[in-house]
Design a protein around this ligand. Structure first.
Ligand code: SF4
Length: 452
C-alpha cells in the first residue's frame, strides 16, 4: 500500500525497535506517510526492520484464501476453535503483551495447548529456571556495574548489534566510569565468532562439551582439585586457562554471564542451562554474579512472562483439563503437531510452516487453523482463516518486555489500514466465550460436553 504523496514528514522520538530482544527504545523515526525513511540510532538490523516495513496491500481477512470481512473471519475462527477437541495456540513472541494476554485467555476458554517460540530457542532455559532459578539483574545494572562480562554460546555482535555499545561492554557507568577499559570481556564458544574479536579473552571449547566445561568451572569455584589431562581432553581447553578464568571471576566486583542458543540448542540443552544458572549462583559465595539469556525475538520475553502469569509456566502448557500441565516434549507445539494430535490451531505472529519439522508441517497443513501476521508467510498462505494485522511497534502501541524483563512502551510511527491483532483476538475471545456458554446450556451441541 503506497503512502499518500508528499505527506508531511513526521518525527517520532524514542520509538522502540522490536527486531531483537534489546528492544532499543531510543530510536528517532522520520516518517513520510506510510513509510519510515530514517531510523536514527538503529543498528543495521533495526534499520532494515524499520525502513523495509511496508503495509501489506491485501485484504485484512482471507477465508480459505478468499477475501472476506473481518467479522466473518472472526466468526469462522471462533467456530473452529470452540469446536476443536485438541486446539493449539502457538507463536506470540512478536506481538504486544496485551495481545499475548488475550491469546492465553482464548487458550484457557477452549482448553488448548498453549506454547510460544521459546520452545524452539530458550525452552531449555525455561526448564532450568523451574529447576534452579535465576540470579538476575537488569541491563541497566550491567551498564552501571558490570566489570566482568562473559558471553557463552552467544554472538551479540551479529544477533544483537547494540548489545555491546548500549548495555554490556562500551558504556561508561556509575561504577565503571571508564567504560570498556573497566571491563574484562570473555567469549566462550565452539568457534571464533565476530563477538570473539571484541573480547579480551576468547576460550574455544570442544563442540558439544559446554556441560563438561561448566561443571569444570563449578568445581573450580568450590576449590575442588581436577585432573588436568581429563579436563583438557573433555573441554579442549587446558585446566590452567579455566583456573585463570575462575580467579578473574572471583576477583570481579559484578560479573555477568550472557548466554545464547549455543548453550540451549546443543547437546545437554536444559542440563547446560541448569549448570550455567548454578555456576552464577555458586559465584555469589565470592562476589556478585548474575546471568541472563540473550533473547532473540522482540517480545519473546513478554510471551514468557504473560504465559507464566496466566499458567505458572512459560511455554509448552496444556490447559485441556481446566488446569495447567507443563511438559516440554509432550506439550510443545512441534511435538503435538508431529504426533498428529492437534485438530485446530491459532497461530499468532509466527511462521511454523517455514521452520517446524516436516511431520509437524504436514499435520498443520491438514487441520483448520487461524493465522494472524502483518506479512504474508507460508503459514498465512495455508491458513483456513488468515488475518493481515497491523505491526506492533510500527503501527500499534502496547508494551513489550526487554530481554531483562523490563517493560518498554511502544510508540508507533503511523496507522495501518489493517486491524491490530489485539482487536481480532479480543473479538475471537468474546465470540468463543459465547459459543462455549451456549454449549454448556446445550451440552449435545458440543462434542466434548456430550455425556459419555
Ligand atoms: S540492537 Fe536490536 S533492538 Fe536495538 S536497534 Fe538493533 S535490532 Fe533493534
Amino acid at each position: 500500500m503506497t503512502a499518500p504523496p508528499n505527506a508531511e514528514l513526521k518525527v517520532v522520538k524514542d520509538a522502540t525497535c522490536t527486531f531483537c530482544g534489546c528492544t532499543c527504545d531510543d530510536i528517532d523515526l522520520t516518517v513520510d506517510g506510510h513509510r519510515i525513511v530514517q531510523a536514527e540510532r538503529a543498528c543495521v538490523l533495526g534499520k532494515a526492520w524499520f525502513l523495509n516495513h511496508e503495509v501489506e496491500d491485501r485484504p485484512s481477512c482471507l477465508i480459505a484464501g478468499q477475501p472476506a470481512s473481518v467479522a466473518d473471519g472472526v466468526e469462522r475462527a471462533s467456530q473452529i476453535l470452540a469446536n476443536a477437541k485438541y486446539p493449539l495456540v502457538y507463536g506470540l513472541s512478536d506481538t504486544t503483551i496485551e495481545s499475548q494476554r488475550v491469546a492465553v485467555g482464548i487458550a484457557d476458554w477452549i482448553g488448548a495447548n498453549v506454547d510460544t517460540t521459546t520452545s524452539v530457542c530458550h525452552g531449555p532455559t525455561g526448564m532450568a529456571f523451574q529447576g534452579v532459578g535465576e540470579v538476575t539483574c537488569t541491563l541497566g545494572e550491567v551498564r552501571n556495574r558490570g566489570d566482568m562480562i562473559i558471553f557463552w554460546g552467544s554472538n551479540p555482535a551479529e544477533s544483537h548489534p547494540r548489545h555491546f555499545t548500549k548495555y554490556s561492554l562500551m558504556p561508561k557507568g556509575m561504577f565503571v566510569p571508564n567504560g570498556r577499559k573497566d571491563r574484562t570481556a570473555v567469549v566462550i564458544d565452539v568457534r571464533k565468532t565476530k563477538s570473539a574479536k571484541a573480547a579480551d579473552i576468547f576460550i574455544q571449547i570442544k563442540p558439544r562439551k559446554d556441560f563438561e566445561a561448566l561443571w569444570a568451572l563449578r568445581a573450580l569455584a568450590q576449590n575442588i582439585e581436577l585432573d588436568p589431562v581429563e579436563v583438557e581432553n573433555e573441554t579442549g581447553v587446558p585446566l590452567a586457562r579455566w583456573q585463570d578464568l575462575m580467579d578473574r571471576m572471583k576477583k570481579a566486583k559484578f560479573g555477568v554471564i550472557f548466554f545464547g542458543m549455543g548453550i540451549t540448542m546443543t547437546r545437554g540443552k536444559h542440563a547446560n542451562a541448569e549448570a550455567l544458572l548454578a555456576l552464577a549462583r555458586d559465584m555469589n559465595k565470592y562476589t556478585r554474579f548474575v546471568c541472563k539469556p540473550n533473547r532473540g525475538h522482540g517480545n519473546v520475553t513478554g510471551a514468557d512472562n504473560v504465559v507464566t502469569w496466566r499458567t505458572g509456566y512459560s511455554f509448552g502448557v496444556n490447559l485441556g483439563r481446566g488446569y495447567p500441565r507443563f511438559n516440554p516434549g509432550e506439550y510443545t507445539s512441534s511435538d503435538v503437531l508431529a504426533r498428529r494430535e492437534a485438530d485446530a490451531a491459532l497461530i499468532i505472529a509466527s511462521d511454523p510452516m517455514a521452520n517446524f519439522s516436516q511431520p509437524a508441517r504436514e499435520h498443520l497443513a491438514s487441520i483448520p487453523y487461524i493465522a494472524l501476521d502483518p506479512k504474508e508467510t507460508p503459514t498465512t498462505r495455508a491458513a483456513a482463516v488468515a488475518f493481515t494485522v497491523a505491526c506492533y511497534g510500527i503501527n500499534v502501541p502496547g508494551t513489550v518486555y526487554r530481554m531483562d524483563d523490563v517493560p518498554i512502551a511502544l510508540r508507533p510511527a503511523f496507522e495501518s489500514p489493517h486491524p491490530s491483532d489485539h482487536m481480532i483476538l479480543s473479538a475471537i475471545e468474546r465470540r468463543v466465550r459465547e459459543l462455549k456458554a451456549s454449549s454448556l446450556k446445550n451440552p449435545g451441541a458440543h462434542p466434548s460436553l456430550r455425556p459419555a
